[in-house]
Design a protein around this ligand. Structure first.
Ligand code: PAF
Length: 288
């Protein structure tokens, strides 16, 4: 596995890696990509393992992207754990880790923005103004640098995933975006780098978030369709310390709020425990 920080060296390493993979398999290898901000956990590892199964050339990026953090958010204290991350990448079968510094990604004289509209207006977009502009900008840049065939993203960041899918479609990026299931701790808490900010007590309280989503999913399966009633099921299970920032039932594609839920809609929420912000979601599916 190679660790590379410059775009130029990355391109050479990728070319060599593709040549070696093509020689071994006498076919053009698929190039897989997992974009991360580091502090890797089992959620990231599951994306990387899936990439390793499906692709001949496996690339992971580690870059804590300043443009997606608001002025009062946790950019400075976001956990940076490069050594441990590299071990996890190696174990998951990654060939190249691209870990640029800020100056390599953002030139002083940049004039270009990447803005995905409509689906960024609600949910996290409302709570974190400019956040998705930073995500779409950096992901567009990473896609252009890495030029993958398949990029893997977790369902946990559902709105982010939709923003990236939409950007790929609207700007004709030549790649497939694969959504991978949310990986959860035994308690049901969705894996996230921000879980490391939680105390033991808060971790236990945070598990009530998924308990609420599950109860709501069961109500939907039992035939409930009224969005307000389904949302009440989410709240009914939630620990009193969990402060909801938003709770929405939205179209899976459009992310438009629904009054009545349908197959494929998503329950999305963000909540705070102390100062830690957590997000989670489930996709509603009518049982056969
Ligand atoms: O999900 C993340 O970790 C980040 O938003 C991403 C996609 C790596 C862009 O910085």
């Amino acid at each position: 596995m190679e660790l590379i920080s410059s775009i130029e060296a990355f391109r050479t390493a990728k070319l060599n890696c593709c040549r070696a993979a093509a020689k071994a398999n006498s076919a053009r290898p698929l190039v897989g990509f997992v974009a991360t901000m580091g502090n890797l956990h089992e959620g990231h590892c599951s994306l990387m393992r899936r990439m390793s199964e499906e692709c001949g050339v496996r690339i992971t990026s580690i870059f804590v992207n300043p443009t997606q953090f608001g002025p009062s958010e946790d950019f400075a204290k976001y956990p940076r754990t490069l050594e441990a991350d590299l071990d996890k990448c190696e174990q998951a079968g990654v060939d190249i880790v691209f870990a640029p510094d800020n100056g390599e990604i953002y030139l002083q004289d940049r004039c270009t923005e990447v803005k995905v509209s409509r689906i960024t207006e609600g949910c996290c977009g409302l709570m974190r103004p400019g956040h998705f502009d930073g995500v779409s900008l950096v992901v567009a840049k990473l896609f252009n640098i890495v030029q993958p065939d398949i990029a893997y993203f977790g369902q946990k960041d559902y709105q982010q995933l939709r923003v990236i899918q939409q950007m790929v479609q609207d700007l004709n990026f030549q790649l497939q975006v694969t959504m991978c299931q949310t990986v959860r701790e035994e308690s049901g808490l969705a894996m996230s780098s921000r879980n490391s900010y939680l105390t033991t007590e808060q971790r236990a309280q945070a598990s009530s978030i998924y308990a609420g989503l599950k109860a709501a999913g069961e109500a939907f399966n039992a035939g409930e369709r009224k969005a307000d009633t389904i949302k009440a099921w989410v709240r009914s299970q939630m620990d009193a310390q969990v402060r909801l920032e938003y709770l929405e039932i939205a179209g899976g594609e459009t992310l438009e709020p629904r009054a009545s839920a349908n197959d494929g809609d998503v329950i999305l929420l963000a909540a705070r425990l102390g100062t830690t912000r957590l997000i989670d979601n489930i996709i509603l599916r009518v049982r056969e």
